[in-house]
Write a protein that binds this ligand. Structure first.
Ligand SMILES: NC(=O)C1=CN([C@@H]2O[C@H](COP(=O)(O)OP(=O)(O)OC[C@H]3O[C@@H](n4cnc5c(N)ncnc54)[C@H](O)[C@@H]3O)[C@@H](O)[C@H]2O)C=CC1
Ligand SMILES: CCCCC/C=C\C=C\C(=O)C/C=C\C/C=C\CCCC(=O)O
Length: 165
């Protein structure tokens, strides 16, 4: 897929979850994996841009969607010690509502069609529909950009200098 490997480029859409952006205390490992998907996506999107892969890499974070995964909270084998918390999850579903899979398909189509999107973290919720996580990356972005241009010590001095008031 990567142009660097003779491919035609394209778009990758990784599936995270709103649980990757907010803690789900009834499923900490699920939360961790979904956070990981977001971090990996954002880093690879930047790599792809720098290395000219021609591949856009984005991720989507749906809230609850009406699929068989929702039933897994009723299985003790899946939930382990958090089986006792299934009522709290049911309450979240009832508070936040449950999306239909078509809402996720709309999000997928938007990412495919909008060629400006790379490293985007798309949220899909019942109340706000499709929207995006906004990251205040100013300082780290600045460090990254300077480091790419200079040797690390010089870069460190330049960034520190620019932050002085
Ligand atoms: N349904 C929801 O409320 C939400 C789902 N997601 C994510 O969407 C993705 C798809 O989930 P759904 O379609 O909702 O659930 P699903 O339960 O309908 O589909 C999950 C699929 O993954 C397969 N699977 C499970 N473990 C696997 C493994 N170790 N190796 C290979 N395949 C495996 C299952 O056989 C199943 O076909 C998942 O990554 C889920 O975390 C994200 C946000 C909300
Ligand atoms: C809560 C953990 C459940 C574990 C597995 C079952 C279903 C997975 C669903 C999801 O990935 C979605 C998880 C959390 C979303 C919860 C609420 C976000 C809604 C926020 C909002 O509408 O503003």
């Amino acid at each position: 897929m990567s142009r660097a490997c003779g491919g035609n480029g394209g778009v990758i859409i990784n599936v995270s979850s709103m649980a990757g952006l907010m803690p789900a205390p009834q499923q900490p490992v699920y939360t961790a994996t979904k956070c990981g998907v977001i971090g990996f996506t954002r880093a690879m999107a930047e790599t792809s841009k720098r290395e000219n892969y021609g591949v856009r890499i984005n991720t989507m974070c749906p809230a609850f969607v009406n699929t068989p995964i929702l039933k897994t909270i009723d299985e003790e084998e899946n939930m382990g010690k958090y089986f006792k918390d299934r009522d709290a999850i049911r309450k979240m579903m009832s508070n936040f509502g449950i999306l239909e899979p078509a809402a996720v398909a709309d999000g997928l189509m938007k990412i495919i069609e909008d060629e400006t999107l790379n490293g985007a973290v798309m949220k899909i919720t019942k109340t706000k529909g499709i929207h995006f996580e906004d990251y205040a990356t100013g300082y780290l972005q600045e460090v990254q950009e300077v480091v790419m241009r200079k040797d690390p010590e010089e870069a460190n001095e330049e960034v520190t200098e620019s932050r002085k008031c």
